[in-house]
Design a protein around this ligand. Structure first.
Ligand code: GLV
Length: 306
């Protein structure tokens, strides 16, 4: 069995997979070139990697949770199952990032940061967590863990997904009306939706206007979901208090982007939930062995985009 790896750190991934797939021939795109393989383990591969494949290709395993970049690849072979990482340790790391963001706004750290610029010592009102409902958009493996984590901290949590879901301690909504409900409650809105044609530009001026005045936005999902101009307008008008952004329509975020210097916007460079090699390698190797045995696997729904 030949497994070709094309990731941000091929050698690391090869070492991690070697112990888990001792009978496999593990190739990397930088050492071995773009060769035909039974399995591709990839993150944002070039089209030429797919063009080098032949009939033996059995599956493509994505080295991340989001498959938007993979599905946008013009050379992606049709009909070959695609597997993405499901949680693999990322949900917990994401919950930490989002919790940090929630505290940033709820505990007024954004205001204290601004006050610090003027040596201003001024205590802000600390409201109860019960007065800070949060909305979590996207209740996949990561979103539902984040929603549960925030509920366990004592925040009222509203969750939204395309299809109906039931989660402990989270008020779950779905569909267009459900989205309006979540938006009307959320003093902090967290976007964990996948980047698909259905979520492209979803958070536009109209949606941001539905949030309670002075709400905050945290986006560690995908940059394509958020209309940046609408965000800037909403912050300027006071409709939004500020935003914590980890993902952008173009990454790295261009040097001349007005987001970098905006006093009410915090930027992180797509680090909210990096793929943890050991846990991800467990899942990838497990999926390859399952495919080899002919066991059922949960493949990406290409039409839905996630
Ligand atoms: C990161 O953005 C991922 O999709 O895992």
């Amino acid at each position: 069995m030949r497994v070709l790896i094309h990731g941000p750190d091929n050698h690391h991934w090869r070492e991690a997979l070697k112990t888990r797939l001792p009978n496999a021939t593990l190739l990397t795109s930088d050492d071995d070139g773009e060769q035909p393989a039974d399995y591709l383990v990839v993150w944002k591969p070039p089209a030429s990697l797919f063009n080098a494949q032949d009939h033996r290709l059995k599956a493509i395993l994505n080295l991340g949770a989001g498959v938007d970049a993979l599905l946008a690849n013009p050379a992606l072979p049709r009909g070959v199952p695609i597997l993405k990482l499901r949680d693999a340790g990322m949900a917990d790391t994401m919950a930490d990032y989002v919790h940090y963001g929630v505290l940033h706004f709820h505990r007024n750290f954004d205001t204290y940061l601004a006050q610090e610029q003027h040596s201003s010592w001024q205590e802000q009102l600390l409201e109860a967590k019960s007065a800070w409902p949060v909305g979590v958009l996207g209740l996949g493996a990561i979103g539902r863990h984040v929603a549960g984590h925030l509920a366990a901290q004592g925040y009222p949590v509203h969750g939204w997904s395309r299809s109906p879901k039931v989660l402990d301690n989270v008020r779950c909504h779905h569909g267009d009306d459900g989205l309006d409900d979540v938006l009307s409650h959320a003093r902090i809105l967290i976007n964990l939706l996948p980047g698909t044609s259905a979520t492209q530009g979803l958070l536009d001026a109209q949606k941001l206007d539905r949030l309670p005045r002075g709400a905050a936005l945290i986006n560690p999902g995908r940059g394509s979901t958020l209309d940046i101009d609408a965000l800037l307008t909403a912050i300027e008008s006071g409709q939004l208090r500020g935003a914590l952004l980890d993902v952008f329509p173009e990454e790295p975020l261009p040097q001349d982007s007005p987001l970098w210097t905006h006093p009410r916007i915090r930027i992180t460079p797509h680090i909210a939930a990096p793929t943890p090699v050991e846990q991800a390698a467990d899942q990838i190797a497990g999926n390859i062995l399952r495919l080899e045995r002919g066991d059922a696997i949960e493949a990406v729904q290409v039409e839905a985009g996630y």
